[in-house]
Design a protein around this ligand. Structure first.
Ligand SMILES: NCc1[nH]cc(CCC(=O)O)c1CC(=O)O
Length: 324
């Protein structure tokens, strides 16, 4: 009889929803029964601006501690909230299929980025989104907001003309009705790993031979995992903090070509560097998971080095927000 798998989650509706999906999938894939264990994080308790919370790890540290203490066996994170520095003793054992990595404009009156009235107010707490909004529409008034998805959407009824949120979060909360435009990645490059989940376990629990390890391996979606590895290797090589105005979007095509596009912006949107690169993952590389993963990460590292050579660090405060 396999033991009940204890799956740790933050208490927010978004976290409960996405963790519930992953837990159900693990059970369906033969991991055994599961129970959800609620873990409170500093990110849920504190209400200051994200930039003042001190590092990228606010939503993550408490869940990782619960894994390491043995209070839970599996933790589900929004991958983009995970620090690029790995936690000793833990591994990301599965990256489920990513649905939509894009950012979504949610505006009054059905407005799109092109049709928002002159000087319209748009809420976002993300310097990456703010810079790209201003690059496309310098007339907009970007307003710093935070809070959960519902709180942010309510601002459209209260005092703002629009907000920008990740489409994936809206989809998981069944709030795609609020979207007036899914922003194309070449206009609004998503955050590295946006829309993807990271399923983290203690390293020994990812080793093949148990029902949980087998279920995690089956849940892992290779094309998503490789794309996210490339996006995050770029972020890591840039030594970027959580508030750095950096976007990255990778995709593995059916032809085995992994393409990565990235942008670094001046915070006010008046200057930006767009670069992209690609890599064919074929032959021996695709047969060997570890080699393929290294190749994908290498693509991200190389593109980051191109961006740095072309002046990314002069354009943006890459360390903004701090690293965990
Ligand atoms: N920044 C917070 C955050 N972290 C993960 C998501 C949901 C989308 C995802 O999984 O990338 C969100 C909300 C948002 O950015 O709109």
């Amino acid at each position: 009889m396999p033991q009940t798998v204890r799956v740790g989650t933050r208490a927010s509706v978004l976290a409960l929803t996405q963790t519930g999906h992953v837990a159900d999938a693990l059970t369906a894939l033969g991991a055994g029964d599961h129970e959800l264990v609620r873990v409170r994080t500093d990110g849920d308790r504190l209400t200051g601006s994200l930039a003042t919370l001190g590092g990228t790890g606010v939503f993550v540290t408490a869940l990782r501690d619960a894994l390491l203490d043995g209070r839970c066996d599996v933790a589900v994170h929004s991958f983009k909230d995970l620090p690029t520095t790995p936690a000793p003793g833990l591994v990301v054992a599965a990256v489920p299929v990513r649905q939509d990595p894009r950012d979504a404009l949610c505006a009054r009156e059905g407005w799109t980025l092109a049709t928002l009235p002159e000087g319209a107010s748009v809420g976002t707490g993300s310097p990456r989104r703010a810079a790209q909004l201003l690059a496309a529409r310098p007339d907009l008034r970007v307003v710093d907001i935070r809070g959960n998805v519902d709180t942010r959407l309510r601002r459209i009824e209260d005092d703002l003309d629009a907000v920008v949120l990740a489409a994936a979060g809206l989809a998981r909360l069944d709030r795609l009705d609020a979207v007036t435009e899914a922003l194309p990645p070449d206009v609004m490059t998503p955050a590295p790993a946006q829309g993807a989940l990271a399923v983290e376990v203690r390293a020994e629990d990812a080793v093949a031979g148990t029902p949980l390890a087998a279920a995690l391996a089956a849940l892992d979606h290779r094309p998503t995992h490789l794309a996210v590895l490339a996006e995050r290797a770029l972020l890591n090589r840039l030594e970027a903090g959580c508030a750095a105005p950096v976007g990255a979007h990778a995709r593995l095509g059916d032809d085995g070509v992994l393409t990565l596009s990235a942008v670094v912006l001046r915070t006010d949107g008046t200057a930006s560097l767009h670069r992209s690169d690609a890599l064919t993952l074929d032959g021996s590389a695709t047969d060997d998971a570890a080699r393929t993963a290294l190749a994908a990460a290498g693509l991200g590292t190389r593109l980051a080095e191109t961006l740095l050579a072309d002046g990314a660090a002069d354009l943006a405060d890459l360390a903004a927000g701090g690293r965990a």
